[in-house]
Design a protein around this ligand. Structure first.
Ligand code: F6P
Length: 534
């Protein structure tokens, strides 16, 4: 007999219980009071997972919230849904595909499609090592041409693992169809020392194909010879790559979603930068997080707890965005990476059965590395009218040796989460000297400008150091967290139909730039087209 289909969040008893709990204890929850009432709150809301320690105590929840959220997860059959994901069931129903990025980091013999996965991985890493043998390969510059999932992962991971990178190789990333992206990159290159990676799951993406053409034309026009040696393809569409003239190709499979493809051959730039052994450690870190996700009880399962907290904030508190603040410059592209991961996965308006959703889904995810963000938009986080949960990422041990810098960085990180939570009353502000404040403005008015509401929630994720292994775990943590909230919401987190309409309209508009034909266009588009052509 078929099992009952999993209910959607709003069809559960726990959802109603959470609604009641929110009205009674959530809306007015005060973090400062919670810490005053419970000296063990930090320990109670601390959670360990492979490579990552999480302080969840500065969030607006209590033990009852957590229990009800776990009950919600149970009612939504999160465990069974997770098992279906890991077993390779076709949970991406609108594309009829399995979702098996976890198989890409499973040890040899341990996951689905292991033979295929490890055959490509072995070949890929051997190739990466050949390129890294700079004296023989003659390669000094590697240019990854790809966009979305075929760009953001490697573009994020390469600087993150700079301390592990080959000192004689420069990695470049070209994604945008805007020629201002590729032009400055090409200006610095010589064809004989450059390797182009054309990375596209489909090998049909307009931006990537156009940039690959430009790169090939540049290569030939600059006297480049042996195109086969200087262009390599990474794709599921081997035939299209061959048609483009690329003979060296690494494949992957339709059960790897674009935004989950960093672990596949799409990771080639990372493998070239950090080498085979480190790349295997990167995969192992992600796999360790997969095991945690698969085995840890829901109440002690870090990705599950983060995903549930996301649901609590989005659907009960009504927070529309989450800011990510990595206090590690190497993670400067991590917020951008998370934007695709979370917003392309969970930015959906219908459930898996196609029913319109009566509740909100993906928050806006955004951020910059600390401390830079502090000097830009943190003003709004502290005193703005919206409450925006912040996720801090702190790395205990740096890989540089500049004495003093790292402690300053970490002190800033802690100070920000502290300030968000503690705030400052107008009375406290009135009692302070503020050297730069107006001497003529009314004292109370000034104090109101200088007060902070506080009670603003944050999570701090801590890594011992940023290594291939811990980065792998950090990324996998976020993948499973996104899966968790998506499963609770009952949506398909693995398709992305929302990007199609713009692509189709672009194809229709493109010839109009030559012809000027504006027939059938809305007034705004016709007007803009005329101005852009004029
Ligand atoms: O347009 C969205 C998207 O399909 C992403 O999901 C994907 O990561 C990106 O485009 C790039 O696609 P491809 O790897 O096929 O070039």
């Amino acid at each position: 007999m078929a099992a009952n289909p999993a209910p959607r969040a709003d069809e559960t008893v726990s959802w109603a219980a959470l609604r009641g709990h929110f009205e009674g204890h959530g809306r007015g929850f005060d973090l400062r009071q919670a810490f005053a009432d419970d000296p063990r709150r930090f320990e109670r809301f601390a959670l360990g997972a492979p490579e990552i320690f999480a302080d969840l105590s500065k969030n607006r929840w209590d033990e009852v919230t957590r229990r009800l959220l776990v009950e919600l997860a149970e009612e939504c059959q999160l465990g069974a849904r997770r098992d279906a994901l890991l077993a390779g069931e076709p949970i991406n129903t609108t594309e009829g595909r399995a979702v098996l990025h976890t198989a890409l980091r499973a040890p040899r013999g341990a996951g689905p499609f292991s033979t295929d996965v490890h055959e490509v991985l072995d070949r890929l890493l051997a190739y990466a090592e050949q390129v890294r043998d700079v004296a023989r390969s003659g390669i000094t510059d590697v240019v990854n041409i790809g966009i979305g999932g075929s760009d953001l992962g490697p573009q994020m991971a390469v600087p993150a693992l700079d301390a592990y990178s080959h000192p004689g190789l420069r990695l470049h990333f070209v994604s945008n169809v805007d020629g201002h992206d590729i032009t400055p990159v090409l200006r610095r290159l010589k064809p004989e020392t450059t390797l182009f990676i054309v990375a596209s799951k489909t090998f049909t993406t307009q931006e990537t194909m156009a940039n690959a053409q430009v790169a090939r034309e540049w290569f030939l026009s600059q006297g480049g010879t042996d195109t086969a040696r200087h262009f390599v393809g990474v794709t599921t569409n081997l035939a299209a790559a061959a048609q483009f003239g690329i003979t060296d190709t690494f494949g992957f499979w339709d059960w790897v979603g674009g935004r989950y493809s960093l672990w596949s051959a799409i990771g080639l730039p990372v493998a070239i930068a950090i080498g085979a052994e480190n790349f295997r450690a990167f995969l192992a870190g992600a796999h360790a997080m997969d095991r945690h996700f698969a085995d840890a009880p829901l109440a002690a399962n870090l990705p599950v707890q983060l995903g549930l907290l996301d649901v609590w904030y989005r659907n009960f508190h009504g927070f529309g965005s989450r800011s990510v603040a990595p206090y590690h410059q190497g993670l400067k592209r991590f917020p951008a990476y998370l934007q695709q991961l979370e917003m392309e996965s969970n930015g959906k308006g219908v459930d898996a059965a196609g029913r319109a959703l009566p509740f909100a889904t993906s928050p806006v995810v955004w951020g910059e590395p600390g401390t830079n963000g502090q000097h830009a938009y943190f003003q709004m986080l502290h005193q703005g009218t919206d409450v925006i949960p912040v996720e801090f990422i702190a790395v205990k041990t740096p890989t540089h040796t500049h004495a003093g810098l790292h402690q300053k960085l970490l002190a800033n990180c802690l100070a920000q989460s502290q300030a968000l939570m503690l705030g400052k009353s107008a009375a406290e502000a009135a009692g302070e000297q503020a050297p730069t404040a107006s001497k003529t403005l009314d004292r109370d008015v000034l104090a109101r400008h200088r007060s902070f509401p506080g009670n603003r929630p944050s999570t701090t994720l801590m890594l011992e150091s940023l290594t291939p292994r811990s980065l792998g775990a950090l990324i996998a943590l976020h993948e499973h967290r996104v899966f968790t909230s998506g499963a609770i919401w009952g949506i398909n987190s693995f398709d992305q139909w929302g990007v199609e309409l713009g692509k189709a309209l672009c194809s229709q508009l493109l010839p109009r730039f030559d012809s000027g034909d504006a027939a059938g266009l809305d007034g705004s588009t016709a007007g803009l087209l005329a101005r852009l052509r004029g």
